[in-house]
Design a protein around this ligand. Structure first.
Ligand SMILES: C[S@@+](CC[C@H](N)C(=O)[O-])C[C@H]1O[C@@H](n2cnc3c(N)ncnc32)[C@H](O)[C@@H]1O
Length: 392
């Protein structure tokens, strides 16, 4: 019989809300001698069955719930959850295939780039089972290879070090080509950021493209451009010039290749390696203005204690960007910090606008693409928020 954990009275609310995490402080007692990573029965304070989940005594999040049903967590269980997530993507060849807690598979991220899959094991419970999960994925999808990109900071909170490498099948080449909205894009799944590409911004790149069709822009600034997804969208949308600005030289090299691959001219001066904060100040000093600006910074706040500092950072870049927009110019501004709510983000952008002395309107609110579902029981999954603003 599997070990059992009984929860404290104070965890009753979380049980009722079916939140998939129980923190170490929520545990009243443990029966049996479970090993780290084992699957346990979770009992209510009254001793009734509540859930099954995996356990990590070395993590603050001691239990991650796999099922609220009294069912066996066996091969069929994992296969069922994987099939459910795959089915929900409707056969999209390039997508986030498994979105961890939001697909009821806590700690497991799988991105699909055509015939290649990239897996991230964020927790000990998943790390211990990743070979089995890769085999199930291979059986279902017959990829050429499954590459592991478990080189993420959060693993240290689970007592894990960073790992990358082939999990199943062939090793992918240094860059692979994907198609997004008909654009050809190169992705480096072995050493690029995240699993190689920011799939979550897919619909928002399309939003830029479609908007520019009806609101032509001559010069666009794509700040925090990474490999130029928004750059290609802007050029395809009819912009005469899109300046890609990022601190990563490697990402900008790939951005150049992506621009060329889509038949647009590559002008070296339109690929700027630099810090966005400093470069926006330089644009201010030089009086350089833009018809549209995209601001898609990295996560500024990783936890609640960083919110104030992050808010100042978001305000600064939005203020600088607003200053550099021509009257009637458009701003696509994003935050991927889960701890910054959509409401707070809007207040920050509002603060930047007021300080700039300009007038502005929200014309659209944006979020992540549909292959990044957010489980209603897991509000932490709702991290990406964006505003499209017109600035006068
Ligand atoms: C969220 S990603 C941008 C993703 C991109 N918009 C896309 O659609 O692929 C953030 C990017 O900001 C870059 N970055 C981080 N800090 C920066 C800074 N201070 N100045 C310039 N770029 C920075 C990173 O290298 C990364 O490429």
């Amino acid at each position: 019989m599997s070990a059992r954990i009984t929860l404290h009275e104070k965890a009753a609310k979380s049980i009722g809300r079916r939140h998939p995490w129980f923190f170490s402080g929520a545990i009243k007692s443990i029966k049996g001698s479970p090993e780290a990573g084992d699957i346990l029965q979770v009992l209510t304070p009254e001793g009734q069955f509540a859930a099954r989940g995996y356990w990590n005594p070395n993590s603050q999040i001691a239990i991650r719930v796999l099922s609220w049903q009294d069912e066996n967590i066996n091969r069929d269980f994992w296969l069922g959850r994987i099939r459910q997530a795959i089915h929900a993507r409707g056969g999209q060849p390039v997508c986030r295939l498994i979105n961890a807690e939001n697909d009821y598979l806590p700690g497991l991220i799988v991105d699909r780039y055509g015939e290649w899959l990239v897996l991230q094991a964020l927790t000990l419970g998943i790390d211990q089972r990743k070979q089995m999960l890769a085999a199930l994925l291979a059986e279902e999808l017959q990829p050429r290879g499954i590459y592991e990109r478990s080189d993420v900071d959060v693993r240290s909170k689970e007592g894990l070090s960073e790992v990358t490498g082939v999990l199943w099948g062939e090793e992918p080449p240094d860059s692979i080509e994907i198609t997004e909205h008909g654009w050809r894009l190169l992705v480096d799944i072995k050493t690029g950021q995240k699993t190689g590409f920011y799939l979550d911004q897919r619909d928002n790149r399309a939003d830029l493209y479609h908007t520019l069709q009806t609101h032509p822009a001559e010069v666009v600034l794509n700040a925090f451009s990474y490999t130029g997804g928004f750059t290609v969208a802007g050029l395809a949308g009819g912009a005469q010039r899109v300046i890609s600005l990022d601190s990563s030289e490697g990402a900008l090299e790939l951005a150049k290749q992506n621009v060329a691959l889509n038949g647009f001219a590559v002008n070296d001066e339109d690929f700027v390696v630099g810090d966005v904060f400093a470069t926006l100040r330089q644009y201010r000093d030089a009086g350089q203005t833009f018809d549209a600006i995209v601001l898609d910074p990295p996560k500024f706040a990783h936890n609640a204690s960083q919110i104030d500092r992050a808010a100042r950072g978001y305000k600064d870049i939005n203020l600088f960007a607003i200053h550099q927009l021509k009257p009637g110019g458009l701003l696509w501004t994003f935050s991927c910090s889960g701890v910054i709510s959509a409401d707070l983000f809007q207040k920050i952008v509002f603060g930047a606008l007021v300080d700039s002395g300009r007038e502005g309107q929200i014309i659209r609110r944006l979020t992540s693409a549909a292959d990044h579902p957010v489980a209603l029981t897991f509000p932490e999954g709702d991290y990406l928020k964006g505003l499209v603003c017109r600035v006068w």
